[in-house]
Ligand binder design. Structure first.
Ligand code: DGP
Length: 113
């Protein structure tokens, strides 16, 4: 989608710090990190959010989690990390393109979640 920030990042029209890429996934460092390591894992195909996953596209979510495991290993997150996806306005989603936040590099608190 031409007006989607993350689609423009995938297309290289907006610069990003890439940490992983394959045929269906792109991952890059968050512009305003909330942990020492804060990476966004996104689908190359535009899916609005987790609320729009269905039997036809849920393999993309599986692909995201395969990438998350690879990234966690390469980032040295052997002691653990957190994965979050926000969906919709009440969920705190600001970019309407499915993405998973990987947060790590420190011991995260028990809040949320
Ligand atoms: P969410 O609130 O869950 O929709 O998360 C969107 C995240 O995207 C937020 O943590 C900031 C990040 N973000 C927004 N615009 C850009 C950008 O242009 N570059 C990068 N690297 N991250 C961005």
């Amino acid at each position: 989608m031409s007006d989607c920030i993350f689609c423009n990042i995938i297309a290289g029209k907006i610069p990003s710090t890439r940490v992983y890429e394959d045929e269906s996934i792109y991952a890059f460092r968050d512009i305003s990190p909330q942990a020492p390591i804060h990476i966004l894992v996104i689908t190359k195909e535009h899916v609005e959010s987790a609320a729009k996953l269905n039997v036809g596209n849920s393999h993309l979510a599986a692909k995201c989690f395969e990438a998350i495991a690879i990234i966690a290993e390469s980032e040295g997150l052997k002691d653990g990390f957190r994965v979050i996806t926000n969906a919709g306005k009440a969920g705190g989603q600001t970019v309407p393109h499915l993405h998973f936040h990987i947060l790590g590099g420190k011991t995260l608190g028990e809040g949320l979640v």
